[in-house]
Structures are given as C-alpha cells and as structure tokens.
Design a protein. Sequence first.
Length: 407
Amino acid sequence: MTPTRPSRVAKLTQRTVEALKPEAVPYYAWDSELKGFGVRVMPSGRKAWVAKYRVKNSSQAGWETIGRCELKKADEARANALEVLAQAASGKNPKAPKVDRLTVAGLVEKFRKIHMPTLAPSTFVQYNRRFEANILPALGKRLVAEITTADIEKLHSGIKAPMTGNRVLALLSKLFREAERWKIREPFTNPVRDVLRPPEKSRKRFLSTDEIGRLVEALNQLEVEFEGVSDSLAGIEALRLLMYTGCRHQEIVRLRWDQVDLERDEIQFRREHKTGRTTGEKSLPLLPEARKIIERQPRLLNNPYVFPGRKLGKPLCKIHLMWVKARTKAGLDDVPGKDRPRIHDLRHTFASVLLEADVSIQVLSKLLGHSKIQTTQVYAHSVMATLRKGAEQGVALLEQKMTSKKV
C-alpha cells in the first residue's frame, strides 16, 4: 500500500520504532544509516520491518517484508535487511526462487533412507553400486538444483558399456524425479529427460539343437567327475532342471519340497513381487524328464530345499561356477559370431524350442510366468529372425544353383 504522506528518516532503533505512532494513512520511516531499510506503519498500529532494493545492473526493483516489529528486534531486522540489500547490490534478485543447497550426495542419502528400503535386495545392491561407481564421483559435490542436461551427458559419455550407461541414466532419472517431488528441484526440470540413450545389444542367446546336445553330454561328464561331492552334484541337477522347465534361476535354486506335487505332476510357485508382496501363484506341469530329476534328489530332514546347500537348512548358494564348467566343456565359450550363453539363456532356449514346436504364445506366457504377454512375444520375434535367416540362406543357395545352370 502506497503511503499518502512524506516518509520519515531517522536512526531506526528499538526505542525510535516503538515511538512511531499510527496515523490515518500508512507511512514509512527509513533508517538514516542503511539506505533501503525501513518500517511500515499501518493505521491499525501494526508495524513491519521492510527493505526496499534495486538490483544492480538491472531494472528490477522491489520490496521485501522482513517481519513484524513486535516479533523481531531492530538489530535482527537490520541484519536481515543488510542481507537482502547485499544480494541486490551483487546483481541477484532477493525475490528470485531460492536454490536448494542440497548436494547430489545429500539427495542420494535421502533417496537411500526413503526409497531404497522398499527395493528387492538385488536391486538395492545394484543401485548402491551405481551410486558409488558412477554417480557420486562425478556429481556428488554438486548442488542438485544446478545439475544440467550437459552434466548428465558428460557423465554418461564416460561410461563405455551402453547397457551400464543406460542403467545409470534410469537411476538418475528416478533420483531427480524424486528431487522434484521433494521440492528440491523445480517441477519438470529433470536433467535426464533429454539425454539420448544408445541402443543396447540384445543379450538373448538361443542354444541350437547341437549345442543343447553338447551341453547335456557335458553335464553327464561333470556328474562323473564330481561323484560324491553333494553340492556340485546338486548344481548339475539344478542346471538340468532349468533346461527342462524354463524356470528362472532363483525359482529352481530355492525350490522347496512343499512346492512339489508328484501326485499331480506339478510344481507350485508362489509368485511374489520383487519387494516381497505376493501377487498370486503359478503351477508348472512336470515333464517326465523333470520329474525324474526331482525324484532322485535326496530329502534331508534338516533342509526343506530340493537342492540343498552346504549350510544347514539353506538352499544351494550358487550354480554359476558349475555352469561355467559345463559351458566350457560343451565348447560354448568361444562360438564365432555368438555371445557366451548365460544361465538365463536356458530359459530363452526353452521358450524358443516350444515356439518352434507350435506352442501358442498364450500357453508359453503361462509356462514362463510372464505377467504380460508382450514379454513373451520377444521370443516369437527371435524365432522369426532365425527362420528368416534360414530362409535367406536357402534362397541364396537356390539362386546360386540356378545361376550355375544358366552358365
């Protein structure tokens, strides 16, 4: 409200401000020592400390209400006014949105406390690894509010593996999305949004019929080599069951006897979200070969797992080492033009074999336990690519023969 009478100028102290009397119209009393520092006096008798400023090298000017006089002493108000006037004198508008001073390291710590307790253990470990290896070394000391798309692009360009780089981007995007939600950054300013993600090479590897046969033979040979070594034999049998069921690695390693129904030839899997929330159950029919594998496993009184580990009451910890031995013995490590197969590729191979046998996408989706059929359709695309390649090779051979006849 603009006063309608001349302002007063005096040294503003607690005593002089208390002596100011209300009048019929509002008015200002300005400090004689600190230009721009004053008191606004209303007809009601209410008084407030104010600072009037003009931003250096700018046409911007404004007022800042510092506080009510009865709640803030003169010395404190003077110090607050000095801060406001100093900002304006340095070219900064005191009314500009305040930048949160939280660093990226501080944001990560908050993210760990609030968001990460809900994650699956494996995801928790992956997030921490990416924070420590990639994000904190590059951005940890920077202010969250000042991170730009260029900063994210620079970090991303320093990560050689496209898949790792894209996973770091995904985590950063989530991190800054939370920063917006927690009002640490302005809305719709996620710096990851416009960063281009390079295409990733598909990691799916499908074993050929010949490779499957060699792998089966390799497992048979390893069974002889590790005769009497219970956990090694359990690892071999677990790999065989993975081949005959298309299950996920952890589903077989942690398979319990109470999940196996030999009367109905079924395995009951309790489907859980990665955070532990139950989302339903799935039943998997036991094929004769898979049933034989399970039936020959020893049942231990002190261990509920089909494939027991060395520790009392615990499942088989890892089968990766046995998988590497089997893969190497089968000659699958260095196949020209192909990646080394992973344990999970046994699941991919199972799916592709069933599709080639004309099992419908809907049935295969149920067998694999996919919640969305679009996930299963990836396998159909892979099978079609294999068929297309075979057809192209056949056509090329046919053209070669036809050309040779013409000559």
